[in-house]
Design a protein around this ligand. Structure first.
Ligand code: KG4
Ligand code: ZN
Length: 333
């Protein structure tokens, strides 16, 4: 039986989790509200708040898991990708904790961990499967052959899907992070009210910057004609933008499924919390003969449970790193 402490600090959530023999016992997430005042994550502030939050988060995770600190067998931490100052806090804490308690250290790639969050549930996807990983910084279609044998077969050439949500929200005057708010308003809106263009990009890659520009001109022109346009049409705009983002994502996923002849399909990352995307995937599944895997809400956005479960699988392989390990803002699989 292995007990893993997982630490996540790549962006603006400080999180700690305990995984006991592949089962998540606790998952503490301290989100940082300070960034709302600025309309986006301020890296310097994020690392300062991580420093305040990390020790209480780890204490709480250990206490909620009803284990003793001395029972922990290894410390897994997010090495990257992410904000360097934020990653440094988690990495330094993990190294110090491992050194003080004579424990092995496990480095985890944040994007792989989003995918491995699917192995927290009892109903796990079987290999090979395709995972659409959609977050604030990434949009990828990943061919997953094994826990750590993953290949990116499609990715965004500009903005990420989460960025498309957040930047649209900003244009509509909504606070950061706008993704969950667009989702909320979209639920009351008509998704066919306005039509936004689908980017013409070949293969399995994505592009969202054209959509952002078209929304910007749409808002500018409509507000010129009617000052109250945004106020009176907010739900319909949110529903229409969300519909376009979802159709872009699903069309590429269908293309990937055909190309690789894989019908086991998963979604991961913050945008996989979107209710429209979740519903669209569930609705399309029977017609496409897909078996779909959608994570529980708490494992969609950044969390340490996904780091702890990734740590569990690396622990089984005894895949450890030394104290000379450093965080990486950009990190490939
Ligand atoms: O995975 P994540 O928590 O952090 C990164 O690694 O980036 O993803 C955050 C992104 C943000 O862009 C946020 O707006 C988006 O996920 N997001 C959503 C929803 N919940 C979070 N986007 C659309 N609908 C949601 N319900
Ligand atoms: Zn993430």
């Amino acid at each position: 039986m292995a007990i893993i402490l997982g630490i996540e600090s790549s962006c603006d959530d400080t999180s700690a989790s305990i995984c006991v023999d592949g089962k998540i016992r606790s998952n503490i997430i301290a989100s940082q509200v300070v960034h709302q005042n600025y309309g986006g994550v301020i890296p310097e502030l994020a690392s300062r708040v991580h420093q305040q939050n990390i020790i209480p988060a780890v204490h709480q995770a250990i206490s909620n898991a009803k284990i003793h600190k001395n029972e922990i067998d290894a410390v897994a931490f997010t090495r990257g990708p992410g904000l360097l100052g934020s990653l440094l806090v988690g990495t330094s804490f993990a190294k110090a904790f491992a050194l003080a308690n004579r424990l092995p250290l496990i480095e985890v790639n944040h994007m792989q961990a989003h995918i491995l969050a699917h192995f927290i549930a009892d109903d796990k996807p079987s290999f090979p499967f395709l995972c659409l990983t959609v977050s604030g910084g990434h949009t990828q279609i990943v061919l997953v052959r094994d826990h750590f044998d993953m290949e990116i077969v499609g990715q965004t050439t500009d903005d990420a899907a989460g960025e498309a949500f957040d930047k649209t929200a900003k244009l509509l005057g909504l606070p950061y992070p706008g993704g969950p708010l667009i989702d909320k308003y979209a639920q009351q809106g008509n998704k066919f009210a306005f039509k936004f263009p689908e980017p013409q990009i070949q293969g399995l890659d994505f592009s969202f910057s054209g959509l952002k520009t078209s929304i910007m001109y749409f808002v500018r022109d409509r507000v010129k004609e009617d000052q109250d346009f945004l106020k009176n049409n907010l739900s319909d705009i949110c529903a229409s933008v969300q519909e376009r983002i979802i159709s872009i994502l699903l069309n590429k996923l269908k293309k990937a499924s055909n190309q690789y002849n894989i019908q086991c399909i998963a979604i991961a990352g913050g945008v996989s919390a979107n209710s429209g995307l979740r519903a669209a995937l569930n609705d399309s599944a029977p017609g496409l003969n897909w078996k779909v895997y959608i994570p529980k809400f708490e494992y969609c956005t950044d969390n340490a449970a996904m780091i702890a479960i990734a740590g569990h699988y690396k622990f089984l392989k005894q895949d450890f790193v030394g104290q000379d390990i450093a965080p990486m803002a950009r990190m490939q699989f």
